[in-house]
Write a new protein. Structure first.
Lengths: 225, 494
């Protein structure tokens, strides 16, 4: 996967580059709009990560320019601005996504995966999800573990479905809030943890291998191995 | 805005001004006319008196010189009849019977000697006898059988007889009546015309003022870049618009500065935070040894709290300065509360808290969805953090006029009375609270930014109560109403 990273803060650029490379991307980095443009013309990228505050131009203008030049790859916008600009919302509707700084690396990776998935034509949507001995029937809204039906509320099912779709990858609390409850909020209480705790009580029965793991300070992961 | 234009004209200032101005104008012109009328009436009387005096003297002279023979009556009678045809102010159209003038001569004993005029003169003689008529002074005389009085002049003859010449005031009154009629007609048209002109001009002028008011109230809510409409004229209203626009320029400038400061502050803090958090996360994933991981995890959690604190305090600061930027869309409060309850219910029941919602169904408001989400989350966090076990939180969502009202009540210990008056100020928190004291300040800030208000109070039978009022529409007048309502229910706002 070819990735173009446009970020002027060298500190952030370097850690993003190394962690993105570690995640399997081939990263080309630019620290200003001009360089980014030249790189985008020369190479073919699968995804772009663009910071909004660039020294020589506005990130949005850069994206619009690249679009004019025929760059079709999805863009993930990084913004240090507090309120999300209307123009960013406009881009978001066009299929792109944004993250405000500071962000969790896990969330950045998850959002990039989503963008890439959205961009590539997928086959017919599966009606069943299977992770190890956990099986979700999306049509009947029913989850079973080792053949045993789990008594889940509809909300718990949605949460488990989200974890299953991201099995083996870290999801953060704010990602869960965004995708399961549709809100970008940061509660200073442990509301998400309690939901996970309850779900875990139902999914990981006695004597079974625990599937839902907590990575403190990062988020949660549903084991797929 | 449409409610203002639909306001009845009778309640407008233009109507009142033109009414009073017209009243003053009408009274003034009426006074002038009364004066003029008096003057004209006097003048007409003076002229008819002069004519009477002249004629009666001529008749006296004729009567004196005419020998008292058989022809006397005919000669004097003809002269008198001739005189009657030269009556001043005479209406030319009615010349048939001459009943506007009479000539009467009495003998020394007072008996009727000679009569020229309509009728037999008995009634006239009786009237003359009843009133004392002084020679050379024309006097009014009411005669039985005649609607209008006569003006009578007399002269005493040498032989002791009297000659009376009477002139009906009918013609004089007719002239005055037609004068009055014409004046009233003209006066009515003039007053109507004057009212029209005054009303039109004041209404035009005041409509500028209304436009300015409407524009100014819009500016307060939506954006500061708009300006009130200005006119080319350099009058008071034009100056008002210019002054308002100058003021808006200055406000927009300082607002812009505030945004620049908060934005750059946010940016300058966020970049290092991003770098620190990223590096910590990386080191966590590389060497996940149990004992090393713990401090890193707690640092990441601290960083997240710091970020949240930074966001909230900047939002609160901007909202306090009425500078929070809103991106409005339709938000269903009922749906939002149900989702929030779904999200918070497990944590609450874990603590032994119950939560209930009373709502009449979907309730859409025009608001910034992200801010409203965070505001409601803050309200829930607040209850979750401060309520002891076995309490119940009740949410009531209703519509009042053009505002939505959300009442959050609990049966816990209530607000600390010392803290209550300062609840929505930054860094104010209860003694046992471990938050950073921004939660309710943020709730207040968001409500204000939307033109609503928040009030806190303690319930009579124990427990805390928060009233959150949000206008349904971005430009509704709910702004004023909500604030007014709040100040009457409690006086918590600093």
């Amino acid at each position: 996967m070819q990735l173009l990273l446009v970020e002027d803060e060298l500190d952030i650029q370097s850690f993003l580059k190394s962690s993105l490379e570690e995640a399997g991307y081939q990263v080309a980095a630019a620290s200003d709009g001009k360089t980014a443009e030249l790189l985008a013309i020369d190479g073919v990228f699968d995804i772009l990560v663009v910071d909004l505050g660039l020294p020589d131009m506005d990130g949005i203008s850069l994206i619009l320019k690249l679009r004019q030049l025929g760059v079709r790859a999805p863009v993930l916008i990084l913004s240090a601005r507090r309120s999300v600009d209307d123009r960013v919302r406009g881009l978001e509707q066009g299929g792109d996504d944004y993250l405000t700084k500071p962000f969790a690396l896990a969330e950045l990776l998850a959002r990039m995966r989503n963008l890439l998935k959205r961009n590539s034509p997928t086959g017919n949507e599966a009606t069943k999800l299977r992770v190890l001995d956990l099986e979700l029937d999306l049509l009947r809204r029913e989850a079973t573990r080792s053949g045993q039906v789990l008594q889940l509320t509809s909300q718990e099912f949605v949460l488990l479905e989200y974890l299953c779709r991201n099995a083996g990858r870290v999801v953060t609390r704010s990602m869960i809030l965004d995708k399961v409850w549709g809100m970008r909020i940061q509660p200073d209480t442990n509301v998400v943890d309690v939901h996970i705790y309850r779900l875990r009580g139902k999914v990981d029965g006695k004597g079974q291998q625990p599937l839902i793991r907590t990575l403190r300070g990062v988020g949660y992961v549903l084991k797929d191995r | 805005m449409s409610s203002k234009t639909a306001k009845p004209i009778l309640h407008s200032a233009a109507w009142r001004i033109s009414l009073w101005a017209t009243l003053a104008f009408a009274c003034g012109t009426m006074l002038v006319f009364v004066f003029l009328h008096g003057f004209v009436a006097n003048d007409i009387q003076r002229r008819s008196d002069a004519w009477l005096a002249g004629e009666v003297e001529v008749l006296g002279d004729v009567a004196e010189r005419t020998p008292k023979d058989a022809l006397y009556d005919r000669v004097v009678g003809e002269v008198a009849e001739l005189a009657g045809k030269e009556v001043p102010n005479k209406d030319v159209s009615e010349s048939s019977s001459n009943d506007s003038v009479f000539f009467l001569q009495t003998s020394g004993g007072g008996a009727l000697q000679l009569w020229v005029g309509a009728g037999n003169g008995e009634a006239n003689l009786r009237a003359i006898r009843a009133s004392r008529i002084v020679p050379d002074h024309p006097t009014d005389l009411d005669v039985h059988g005649f609607a209008v009085p006569f003006r009578v002049a007399s002269i005493r003859m040498d032989d002791g007889s009297y000659i009376y010449l009477g002139l009906s005031e009918r013609d004089e009154l007719r002239v005055l009546r037609s004068l009055r009629l014409r004046f009233v007609l003209l006066w009515f048209l003039l007053v109507l015309f004057g009212f029209g002109i005054v009303f039109y001009t004041t209404r035009r002028m005041l409509s500028h003022v209304r436009e300015i008011t409407e524009a100014a109230s819009r500016i307060g809510h939506s954006d500061l870049s708009a300006r009130v409409p200005t006119t080319a004229q350099k009058d008071e209203v034009g100056n008002l618009a210019l002054t308002l626009n100058h003021m808006l320029d200055r406000i927009e400038n300082s607002m812009h500065q505030l945004h620049t400061i908060t934005d750059s502050l946010a940016h300058d803090l966020r970049s290092p935070l991003t770098a620190i958090r990223g590096k910590l996360e990386m080191s966590l994933s590389i060497g996940s040894h149990g004992d090393q991981a713990e401090p890193i995890v707690s640092v990441i959690e601290e960083l997240d709290r710091l970020t949240d604190f930074l966001n909230k305090s900047l939002d609160v600061a901007e909202a306090k300065a009425d500078a929070l930027r809103l991106t409005r869309s339709d938000v269903d409060l009922d749906e939002l509360l149900r989702i929030m309850i779904d999200l918070y219910e497990p944590s609450m029941s874990e603590k032994g808290l119950r939560i209930r919602l009373q709502s009449a169904g979907p309730l859409k408001i025009e608001a910034d969805a992200a801010l409203i989400h965070r505001m409601i989350a803050n309200l829930f966090d607040n209850e979750l953090k401060h309520l002891p076990a076995a309490c119940t939180v009740t949410l009531r969502l209703t519509v009042e006029d053009d505002s939505s009202s959300l009442i959050v009540e609990d049966d816990g210990p209530g607000f600390d009375p010392e803290v209550l008056p300062h609840l929505f100020e930054r860094r104010v928190k209860g003694r046992e609270s471990n938050g950073h004291g921004l939660g309710l300040a943020f709730v207040d800030a968001v409500a204000r930014a939307h033109g609503g208000a928040v009030a806190a109070s303690n319930r009579k039978n124990g427990g805390a109560r928060l009233d959150v009022i949000l206008p349904l529409f971005a430009n509704s007048a709910g702004h004023v109403n909500a604030s007014r309502k709040m100040t009457t229910t409690s006086s918590l706002q600093p």
